[in-house]
Design a protein around this ligand. Structure first.
Ligand code: F6P
Length: 367
């Protein structure tokens, strides 16, 4: 009688449904009972009303749908020991001791914490009479597998996060659309794309659309007067007959001193120096919603199946694993290492050590 739970947590990402479907069906196929935990850790803490046993057909017709049908949330309560204790209590009440978490680095860090604290929580719950000793004895450890769901592609341990490819498609289509109106009016557009700390979406959409200039957090312009250089490039293009100019700005773009470079700032600079009207389009949550790309459906399905295998094989000695893709193969790595390296990259950027941050981003696997 093996029971596993699946939840989605943090910002939603296209492909999460495909992952939930894969986890439910792979679990059932291998003879386990699978429970969906609705609304992420919030639902885990709420318990009964948010935990539901899933059948094969409960995940039918969702492969192609955006968002996550089991809901997601950012839970403050899960950050507290008390919140996590309630989460453990609710898992035990349903006999669940294997968990697949689909979320970003914060959500996966939380999952690992739950696993590390498991024995302490058991003891406390038995001592308070909330959980009978024989139930606690049946679930000596919590097995965790994490899938990275985030459009940002900002996590160490996988070449691609679930949702990044779909968001990139959405951005590419939007920039194509903007470029046609820009060309008609011979205009310059600034397009702001998501990616809190990671320039992946900005950089790749810049390549995919042939944008004139791209600003990303990891690699700020290395000259002091970058604004003038940007304008030169744009002027040169126009002189050669180019009718549209596109500048892509990642939402977390910054200069070498760590000051934010906002899309509004770029617009002002361009208007002043080019002497023309410049429009800004902030793509916003359009990038995060809508159907997943074929790649994201496949990535979610393959990693979802691997996550089920990982938690079903787990023993008390096993680590928590992150399941990702590297060089076109599904791989698993210790979750905590991936979280630690992701945090190290973010810390390097916060300290304006962009060289280290860039080197670490490009060196996901070989140390
Ligand atoms: O991490 C995904 C992401 O979409 C980021 O790109 C963005 O900065 C953030 O989430 C926005 O979060 P929300 O609107 O959900 O608060």
């Amino acid at each position: 009688d093996t029971r596993l739970g699946v939840l989605t947590s943090g910002g939603d990402a296209p492909g999460m449904n495909a992952a939930v479907r894969a986890v439910v069906r792979a679990g059932l196929d291998r003879g386990a009972d699978v429970y969906a935990i609705y609304d992420g850790y919030h639902g885990l803490i709420e318990g009964e009303s948010h935990i539901r046993k899933m059948g094969w057909n409960d995940v039918g017709g969702i492969l192609h749908r955006g968002g996550t049908i089991i809901g997601t949330a950012r839970s403050e309560e899960f950050r507290t020991l008390e919140g996590r204790r309630r989460a453990v209590r609710n898992l035990l009440r349903h006999g669940i001791d294997r968990l697949v978490v689909i979320g970003g680095d914060g959500s996966l860090t939380g999952a690992n914490l739950l696993r590390q604290e498991w024995a302490d929580h058991l003891q406390a719950l038995v001592a308070s009479g909330e959980i009978p000793q024989e139930i606690a004895a049946r679930h000596p450890f919590l097995a965790i597998a994490g899938l990275v769901g985030s459009i940002d592609n900002d996590m160490h341990g996988t070449d691609m996060t679930i949702g990044a490819d779909s968001a990139l498609h959405r951005i590419t289509a939007a920039v194509d659309a903007i470029a046609s109106t820009a060309a008609s009016h011979q205009r310059t557009f600034v397009v702001e794309v998501m990616g809190r700390r990671c320039g992946y979406l900005a950089l790749m959409s810049g390549i995919a659309t042939g944008a004139e200039w791209v600003l990303i957090p990891e690699n700020p312009p290395d000259m002091d007067n970058w604004e003038e250089r940007m304008c030169q490039v744009l002027r040169e293009g126009m002189r050669m007959g180019r009718r549209d100019n596109i500048v892509i700005v990642a939402e977390g773009a910054q200069d070498r001193h760590g000051n934010p470079i906002t899309s509004e700032y770029v617009r002002r600079v361009l208007e002043e120096r080019l002497g023309e009207e410049v429009r800004v389009t902030v793509l916003g949550h359009v990038q995060r919603g809508g159907p997943p790309s074929a790649f994201d459906r496949i990535l979610s399905t393959l990693t979802g199946v691997a996550a089920v295998e990982t938690v079903l094989e787990a023993t008390a000695e096993s680590e928590a694993y992150l399941i990702g893709i590297h060089e076109n193969k599904i791989v698993r790595q210790p979750l905590m290492e991936c979280v630690a390296k992701t945090h190290a990259i973010n810390a390097a950027m916060a300290a304006q050590d962009f060289e280290t941050a860039m080197a670490m981003r490009g060196r996901t696997f070989q140390e």
